[in-house]
Design a protein around this ligand. Structure first.
Ligand code: UD1
Ligand code: CA
Length: 452
């Protein structure tokens, strides 16, 4: 049976107190609604429709690359009214699954199960210790679900029910279409409640099937920043657990944040306050020191990253040693056994095997050969104020401390640059180049004295 998914995302999210529409707030670095859409995509539906309203253009434009149809709900007259905006685009025999743009951690396997029951109305429920605020699932004496009562319409007896409506449901479009036309807004909120279709199904003798989630986090919605933070913590802990179960030592699962996907080898060790973002892969025995941020990086076996590094869009070869306090910027590629030390910034450069840049340097737009030693305080002057230029340093070069390499410039194999030089011309193979004022000493020099 073909599946059509409708995601409701028209609510304002007033309780976020934000200029950003609620569904664009991020969980683990990704907008809430994007998470729901990506989950929906894994179910291979025929169509995904997103019902948007308040701030909708911003939502639509923010997620324009995703393969969904955008359906405007001009006035938010209730969940039933929202679904009614999208249902005309769905064929009668399709299965329709209703999801929510602010329920980010829903589990696709459970959705699959919910959609597998046909010729029925399938409702996803949960049991909560504190069900306040949710619609309650009312069952008859045969334990059959017969209706949903919203909190605001509930009496004390109903309020005592702990089984709640997650809002997520699945049924045939044909049924849904008929039920939606029969909704009214005769309730305490004056809204068209989607939940009223349950009682209609009972009247129509359509079986009602319920699935109850075992982990309530997956059906939790986000209404304010506190709920967002608590779902974020839950999600992060889950990810840390997954890493640990895959053989990674995580020094403190509460102090690791993963905002993307991480692939790991054996015996990886991650110290506290580490953020891994985008697509990160860590080879066997990689060690990451505390307070480090890594975004989009391929890090090979036996790499050691010491504390306080910032690493983005980088490839790091086996056995490299990085940091502490190193910054590796996009398009940097380090081969094996490279050492990058403290207060070194590298941008758009390649460094070949065994080379060392250990202290206080800026290397940009450069190509560095094998076994090169770059002395402390070396700067590649890659920018002339208008254009960027390249520095090429070939194998076995020794660059003395406090050297400026004014690009474009090429240093040939085995060359040595004396400390404190400003290199503006290409340097030949095996030569020593010194460009600095000759040292002079003056005898009997008296230092100035403080005036009385
Ligand atoms: C709804 C359910 C309730 C359930 C709860 C779960 C109804 C009547 N009630 O209540 O049984 O326990 O969700 O969280 O369905 N939306 C629109 N357009 C609208 C109204 C809502 O797109 O006109 C969207 C909202 O953006 C939100 C979702 O639908 O994502 C739920 O709306 P909300 O008003 O939060 O429903 P609740 O009152 O919480
Ligand atoms: Ca409401």
């Amino acid at each position: 049976m073909k599946l059509s998914i409708i995601i409701l995302a028209a609510g304002q999210g007033k309780r976020m107190h934000s200029d950003l529409p609620k569904v664009l707030h991020c969980l683990a670095g990704k907008p809430l609604l994007q998470r729901v859409i990506e989950t929906a995509i894994t179910l291979s539906p025929e169509t995904i429709q997103v019902v948007y309203g308040h701030g909708g253009e911003q939502v639509r434009d923010g997620l324009a690359d995703l393969p969904v149809q955008w359906i405007k709900q001009d006035q938010q007259l209730g969940t039933g009214h929202a679904v009614a905006q999208a249902i005309p685009n769905v064929a009668d025999d399709n299965m329709v699954l209703i999801l929510y743009g602010d329920v980010p951690l829903i589990n696709p396997t459970n959705l699959q199960t919910l959609c597998s029951e046909q010729n029925s109305l399938n409702v996803l429920t949960a049991k909560l210790d504190n069900p306040t605020g949710y619609g309650r699932i009312v069952r008859d004496n045969k334990d059959q679900m017969i209706r949903i009562v919203e909190e605001k319409d509930a009496d004390i007896k109903i309020k005592a029910i702990k089984e709640i409506n997650t809002g997520i449901l699945a049924t045939q479009a044909g049924y849904l279409r008929t039920w939606l036309t029969n909704l009214n807004n005769d309730n305490s909120q004056g809204e068209y409640y989607l939940t009223d279709i349950i009682a209609m199904a009972v009247t129509d003798n359509i079986p009602i099937h319920t699935d109850t989630v075992s982990d309530v986090h997956e059906i939790m919605g986000v209404n304010n920043r506190q709920q967002l933070a608590s779902l974020e913590r839950y999600y992060q802990l889950q990810q840390a657990n997954n890493l640990m179960l895959a053989g990674v030592t995580v020094q403190d699962p509460n102090r690791l944040d993963i905002r993307g996907t991480v692939q790991t080898g054996y015996d990886v060790n991650i110290d506290i306050n580490v953020i891994l973002a985008g697509k990160v892969s860590l080879g066997n025995r990689v060690k990451i020191g505390p307070n480090t941020i890594i975004r989009n990086a391929k890090i090979a076996d036996d790499v050691e990253i010491l504390s306080n590094c910032v690493i983005e869009d980088v490839v790091i070869g086996a056995g490299c040693k990085i940091g502490p306090f190193a910054r590796l910027r996009p398009e940097t590629e380090l081969a094996e056994q490279v050492h990058i030390g403290n207060f070194v910034e590298i941008k758009k450069s390649s460094v070949a095997k065994g080379s060392k840049i250990n202290h206080l340097s800026y290397i940009g737009d450069s190509e560095i050969g094998r076994n090169v030693n770059i002395g402390a305080g070396t700067i590649t002057c890659n920018y002339d104020g208008a254009n960027k230029h390249k520095t090429v340093i070939k194998d076995d070069v020794f660059i003395g401390s406090d050297t400026q390499l004014v690009a474009p410039v090429i240093i040939e194999n085995g060359a040595t640059i004396g400390a404190g030089s400003t290199v503006t011309k290409n340097v030949g193979e095996g030569t020593l180049t010194v460009s600095r004022v000759e040292q002079k000493s003056f005898k009997g020099w008296e230092r100035p004295r403080k005036k009385k």
